[in-house]
Design a protein around this ligand. Structure first.
Ligand code: MLT
Ligand code: MN
Ligand code: ZN
Length: 301
């Protein structure tokens, strides 16, 4: 199984268009010291040709150029077989509508996410006006095989599991499964845990993540009060259902003990100081054996 990190920034990207925080300033002035990043998404494939998107970001067109490598024979070529969103937030789903020219798409999502896409953001009916979208509802805690658009099995099985997270602010109802993590397994081996948004990391979740060869985890904020201190929000990281990385109760203290071969932070907010290549925060993450995710990183599992 192949996994490509298409985008490693949280909503807004890095630098964010309207942000002049100290970290965004460096990304503009000195992109060697702080690599610009597109919004949160990854792609998986069992054959390196046909891909499934784990979240579809507003930057999806630019991101798909990372999947080329095969020169298509026809005039039109769609490298995406399906999309698997982990929540219905705009950074993870606006890209669904942006792929409308595909004419044929697949969406694998929980009932809660599907309801928001159908009724609140209306991204699903908007996309369906242009493309045939085959929808598969992902039950919680039960394995689902991915299929290619022609109906043949894709050699990848996934399990969606609930993690702590509020529904998007435009959702009118709250139901279980608004925010999920994914455990993904290739028929020929390779186990990935994909958890780009997570408000709580308890012992059962840690035990589950420990089985992954590649763990991709919520790296949104370094400290709980990061945005409050910058004066750009009155909500803490935890109130926004993102575990902060630092501190005794942060994700790094827990993830550093996991045996996974690769442990990688993704969905990184532009205010997070670990984005600076030479920061003490970056050194701390790497000393713990973790990786700060960057666009274009790939693994063969
Ligand atoms: C989040 O990750 O908390 C959401 O995507 C929020 C947002 O970008 O609006
Ligand atoms: Mn987000
Ligand atoms: Zn910023």
């Amino acid at each position: 199984m192949e996994l490509v990190l298409l985008g490693t920034a949280a909503g807004g990207g890095f630098p964010q268009w309207n942000c002049w925080c100290p970290i965004c300033r460096v990304a503009r002035a000195d992109p060697i010291r702080a690599h610009p990043r597109t919004q949160s998404s990854a792609a998986i494939s069992s054959d390196g040709r046909r891909w499934f998107l784990l979240n579809a970001s507003p930057d999806v067109h630019r991101q798909l150029t990372r999947l080329s490598g095969v020169v298509p024979e026809g005039i039109r070529h769609v490298p995406v077989e399906g999309i698997v969103p982990t929540d219905a937030e705009l950074d993870h789903t606006l890209g669904v509508a942006l792929l409308r020219e595909a004419r044929q798409l697949q969406l694998y999502a929980t009932g809660a996410v599907l309801e928001v896409l159908a009724e609140d953001s209306r991204i699903l009916p908007v996309t369906e006006a242009f493309a045939k979208v085959a929808v598969t509802e992902l039950p919680l805690e039960s394995p689902v095989q991915l299929h290619y658009r022609d109906g043949s099995p894709a050699g990848i099985t996934l399990i969606a599991f609930q993690v702590r997270g509020d529904p998007p602010r435009f959702a009118r109802r709250e139901r279980p499964g608004h925010t999920v993590g994914l455990l993904i397994e290739g028929d020929k081996g390779g186990r990935v845990a994909f958890v780009p948004g997570c408000g709580e990391l308890d012992a059962p979740l840690l035990a589950r993540l420990a089985n992954a060869d590649l763990l991709l985890f919520d790296g949104t904020f370094w400290t709980d009060d990061e945005l409050v201190r910058l004066g750009i929000s009155d909500r803490t990281a935890r109130q926004m259902d993102h575990m902060p990385i630092s501190g005794p109760d942060g994700s790094l203290a827990a993830l550093r003990r996991l045996p996974c071969r690769h442990r990688v932070y993704t969905h990184i907010n532009n205010s997070n100081p670990m984005l600076l290549e030479d920061s003490p925060e970056r050194i701390e993450v790497e000393a713990a054996g973790l990786v700060v995710g960057d666009d274009g990183m790939r693994w063969s599992l």
